[in-house]
Design a protein around this ligand. Structure first.
Ligand SMILES: [Fe+2]
Ligand SMILES: [Fe+2]
Length: 231
């Protein structure tokens, strides 16, 4: 759980930095958007706080962070374009994280950890809803942005081509949490659960992309190219 929390903290930090940077670049006319982004940033700061507390509950040190995970988040944090950044972060990244947080709610060994993940997922659902509504509106006004969004996913995939993706410690930690024990039959079931999680993430990413205006074929291609680091 410490390793999973460490991974969540890193990803939540990227999710905090993106809206914080965007809100500083907005024209004051867009006050509702400023409010939504400021609330989003406050949510992420709270997620970082609560996940850090859980990680350090019985330890003095966090788990492992990897160069691949950091490179993936760096491509997200450095994206300058508002529409592309909210597509990568909210529709794809936070959308994928929803499945992860629901998974942790189902499989966490203690009720407090489960509740923390469930409550964070409620916040993420709002961030995803705002990103989707915003992009749907943007795309309805200017369908020419769809190829730009698609190319951003392809470009990011190329940049991350030589990284390992999700770090093995996080994968193993998810497997163990889903198994609940070291018993081989439990581990087999845990592995099936984690494979089911990856499949659910892929299906829901595709659904969200179709919802904002991509064709089913594009959604399938782009979902497969989404970073293996989830966010
Ligand atoms: Fe978050
Ligand atoms: Fe979020």
């Amino acid at each position: 759980m410490v390793q999973i929390m460490t991974y969540l903290i890193e990803n939540e930090t990227a999710a905090l930095l993106v809206p914080s940077r965007l809100v500083s670049q907005l024209h004051p006319h867009f006050r509702e958007v400023m409010q939504a982004l400021a609330l989003q940033a406050a949510d992420e700061a709270r997620h970082i706080e609560v996940f850090t507390r859980r990680a350090l509950l019985k330890r003095t040190e966090l788990g492992l962070s990897t160069a691949g995970g950091q490179t993936s988040l760096k491509t997200l944090v450095e994206e300058p374009d508002f529409a592309i950044a909210s597509f990568l972060l909210s529709v794809l990244g936070e959308g994928t994280f929803l499945s992860l947080l629901w998974f942790l709610d189902r499989h966490a060994a203690d009720p407090v950890t489960a509740a923390v993940c469930r409550l964070a997922a409620q916040d993420e659902a709002r961030h995803v809803a705002f990103g989707m509504a915003h992009l749907r509106e943007h795309i309805s006004q200017d369908a020419g942005i769809l190829p730009k969004l698609a190319n951003a996913v392809r470009r990011r995939h190329d940049v991350l081509r030589n990284t390992a993706g999700l770090n093995a410690e996080v994968f193993d930690a998810l497997l163990l949490v889903a198994s609940g024990s070291w018993d081989p039959s439990d581990l087999r079931r845990g592995h099936e659960n984690v494979m089911g999680l990856l499949q659910e993430m892929d299906e829901l990413r595709q659904k969200r992309m179709v919802h904002i205006g991509f064709s089913a074929a594009e959604a399938q291609e782009l979902s497969a190219l989404h970073t293996r680091n989830f966010m």
